[in-house]
Ligand binder design. Structure first.
Ligand SMILES: Nc1ncnc2c1ncn2[C@@H]1O[C@H](COP(=O)(O)OP(=O)(O)O)[C@@H](O)[C@H]1O
Ligand SMILES: [Mg+2]
Length: 258
């Protein structure tokens, strides 16, 4: 891309860099009735603000744990945030992770879908665009891998995203923490974000979340409630209660650990 930017476009890019909420206005996502502008739900706005405010602040807690109901918009939010992080900051490595590579890759596909629909002046050229990685001309890249991936060892990661973390078994979770924690401890500007629909209690992920709530570790907990989307009314909740199995209702609708 070799576009001459107008004064207004330069100003818009500056504002988007300063405020990812502003960037969302230029993102297109799949809403209930097709492609639409990413108008964040209230919780998405709040969480995004917290991610941004802590991202480059050496004194802030830079670990986050976001739990919430299924289909509340967690993955969509993190896809837009990861893209903002990579497009507006040079030389950054963003790692998208999940228990299975295919799951992690789904987030990368969401990132790419948002990217290709951005206005042309907002899109950087890509240096690499393969199934598991996208790298821009500012040398920032976003790649996907599974939780037990050997490819993580020794890599410099600036933003770690682990999606559906409650579903990673303890063995792989422990391995993963061996990769994540040293980076968090040694780097002043690395950020780690765990996201999940809650699942079983007494797992390593549950402990991490529970300790965060009790302020016993350096993660910020965020819990999205059942009424996280405007269409989720009390009537909707009653219908869901009838249709879901009890445990599934608690995890996937109420966002409780079981
Ligand atoms: N703010 C929003 N407005 C409208 N639709 C949204 C919004 N955020 C997410 N969505 C849509 O809701 C659906 C579920 O989102 P997703 O991020 O996959 O949820 P989760 O990861 O919490 O299960 C997707 O189709 C997504 O495009
Ligand atoms: Mg998801």
């Amino acid at each position: 891309m070799n576009l001459k930017l107008s004064f207004n476009q330069v100003k818009t890019l500056q504002k988007c860099k300063e405020n990812p909420s502003r960037f969302l206005k230029f993102c297109t996502i799949l809403g209930p009735s097709g492609d639409q502008e990413f108008k964040p739900f209230r919780w998405q706005k709040k969480v995004l603000k917290s991610f941004k405010e802590t991202a480059f602040d050496p004194k802030a807690k830079r670990g986050h744990i976001l739990i919430g109901p299924r289909q509340s918009g967690k993955t969509t939010l993190i896809a837009a945030y990861a893209l903002w992080y990579a497009l507006f900051h040079n030389d950054r490595n963003v790692c998208l992770m999940a228990g299975k590579w295919a799951q992690a890759n789904e987030i990368l596909q969401r990132v790419k879908e948002i990217f290709i629909k951005l206005p042309e002046y907002m899109r950087l050229d890509t240096k690499i665009d393969r199934k598991e990685i996208i790298q821009f001309t500012n040398n920032s890249r976003i790649f996907s891998c599974s939780a037990n991936s050997a490819m993580l060892h020794g890599r410099t990661i600036d933003l770690f995203v682990i999606d559906e973390a409650a579903y990673i078994d303890d063995f792989n979770f422990e391995e993963l923490m061996h990769c994540v924690l040293p980076v968090m401890m040694s780097r002043k500007d690395a950020q780690t974000i765990f996201i999940s629909t809650p699942h079983k209690k007494w797992t390593m992920f549950y402990k991490l979340y529970d300790d965060a709530v009790k302020e016993k570790n350096s993660f910020v907990p965020h819990r999205v409630k059942w009424n996280c989307r405007p269409e989720r009314t009390k009537e909707w909740l009653e219908t869901a209660k009838k249709n879901f199995d009890k445990d599934q209702f608690r995890c996937e609708i109420l966002a409780d650990f079981i």
